[in-house]
Design a protein around this ligand. Structure first.
Ligand code: SDX
Length: 426
């Protein structure tokens, strides 16, 4: 592929160009500063590739999302979350025996250290589950040391994947003062999650196959999304050779932001506000168009998708199916559909290619399944765990890998003397 030429201050610099397996083209600027003294400037990294990756491919213009080459539509319909997690982390779909052992390991790893369970007593009852999750996942690094041993890595992977759902479930039980239950070794990943969340020592809760299937679909859809904010955070933290628990805990923190994972909670709160205001969609679409309103249609827009988010399409369909199957009629679903209809025909949204994203409809299903709204982002974190793990492991083996350390353009005061005329002590 022909190199790009950069002309700067009368000199020409060669920028090597290369393409990935889906013919995306990149210019290698890794020697630009050494050769020209200049750096590039790209706030939010919208045009900057941080790495090469073989895990997930997104085509934002065509609305394509594939995990290790498999289309998300096929995985959502035919796979399970455990199988998809294995695919993302190890690169290939597991055979029957490998999957059986993986699921068994995940069920076994769902039991977290009893002293970790006691840490939950020290959080306020109204603690947001994302704060609990970030704290206890970071604490896992203290309970399960020997992070550097390569042969221990699979154990840490299973501990993280298995334990995250238990921590999230226990934070929910803690917040409503309900008793914890132990995971069940004979349940699949999603069924165990539902058991941990809604089961009681009276053993009177039976996991519904409808909810189990819906949970698998939702977690598969959230499992990875290439270099999104939280995954890039996991890679950034891991690039210093921080352990997997500490790196993933940093990612949980990033996901907790309302512009990212917490948008699913914000969407429901927005829909409730619109419903309380008589379902006046147009008023809120117009408000979202006013720069100074500080109001955005949560669940709309995406840095990469300039077409429908393929996950939103599947979740919208699943929402109808789950609510019908559960016999639930949620007026917020009608509000969401009405808002979508108005927004998708409004020039402001059309010009900016703002479509519903993964968070727009997911909360409707979570509500119908009985989750409180502050659990929604924790469910997103459980779903994204395989992606975080897969990227952390890929980053560690990256031949181009080095500690992440971006540059900056300084715009502060130039040198000035300390008030009494003396140069400040070094
Ligand atoms: C996720 O990266 C990923 O892959 C993330 C994710 C994943 O799986 O990991 O897909 C999950 O985080 C989905 C996004 C969830 N967040 C929200 O739904 C919050 C609402 N959306 C926006 O805040 C916004 O669209 C972002 C954060 C999603 C994307 O932000 P960008 O790419 O920085 O876009 P921008 O803020 O520069 O907006 C471009 C224009 C602006 O208008 P102009 O300055 O051109 O006039 O579009 C407008 C924005 O004002 N705009 C919106 C809008 N989103 C963008 N206007 C109203 N409502 C919105 N939601």
């Amino acid at each position: 592929m022909e190199n790009a030429k950069l002309q700067l201050n009368g000199k020409t610099y060669d920028l090597p160009a290369f393409a990935g397996s889906e013919n995306e083209v990149a210019l290698d600027i890794s020697k630009l500063r050494a050769q020209s003294g200049a750096i590039t400037y790209d706030p939010g990294y919208g045009n900057t590739g941080s790495c090469k990756s073989a895990i997930t491919f997104i085509d934002g213009d065509l609305g394509i999302l594939r995990y290790r080459g498999y289309p998300i539509e096929q995985l959502a319909e035919h796979s399970t979350f455990s199988e998809t997690a294995y695919l993302l982390i190890y690169g290939e779909l597991p055979n029957k025996e490998t999957l059986r052992r993986f699921r068994e390991d995940l069920a076994h790893s769902s039991f977290i250290h009893e002293k970790m369970v006691r840490l939950l007593d020290h959080f306020p009852l109204n603690a947001h589950p994302m704060g609990v999750l970030a704290s206890l996942v970071a604490a896992m690094a203290t309970f399960y040391p020997n992070h550097g041993d390569e042969d221990q890595m699979d154990t840490h992977v299973r501990r993280l994947l298995g334990g995250v759902k238990t921590i999230a479930a226990y934070s929910y039980k803690q917040s409503i003062g309900a008793p914890f239950v132990y995971p069940k070794r004979d349940l699949g990943y999603c069924a165990n999650l539902l058991w941990l969340l809604f089961g009681t020592p009276a053993e009177d809760y039976v996991v519904s196959p409808i909810l189990d299937r819906a949970m698998n679909t939702l977690l598969i859809l959230h499992a990875d999304h290439e270099q999104n904010c939280s995954t890039s955070t996991v890679r950034m933290a891991g690039s210093s050779q921080a352990d997997i628990y500490s790196s993933v805990s940093a990612g949980i923190g990033a996901l907790s932001g309302p512009l990212h994972g917490r948008a699913n909670q914000e969407v429901i709160e927005m829909l409730e506000m619109i419903q309380a205001d008589g379902g006046n969609y147009k008023k809120y679409v117009d408000l979202a168009k006013k720069k100074d309103s500080n109001f955005r249609l949560m669940g709309f827009g995406h840095r990469v998708y300039k077409n429908f988010d393929p996950r939103a399409k599947i979740i919208k369909k699943t929402a109808d199916e789950v609510l019908t199957a559960l016999g639930v009629r949620d007026p917020l679903l009608e509000v969401a559909k009405g808002l979508e209809e108005v927004a998708l025909h409004d020039d402001f949204f059309i010009e900016r290619k703002l479509y519903p994203n993964v968070d727009f409809y997911s909360g409707i299903i979570y509500r119908a399944m009985g989750f409180p709204v502050n659990m929604f982002t924790a469910l997103f974190a459980i779903g994204r765990m395989p992606g975080w793990i897969a990227h952390w492991m890929e980053m560690r083996k990256d031949p181009d890998g080095r500690i992440h350390r971006p540059r900056q353009i300084y715009t502060g005061p130039t040198e000035r003397a300390y008030p009494n005329g003396k140069t400040p002590r070094a």
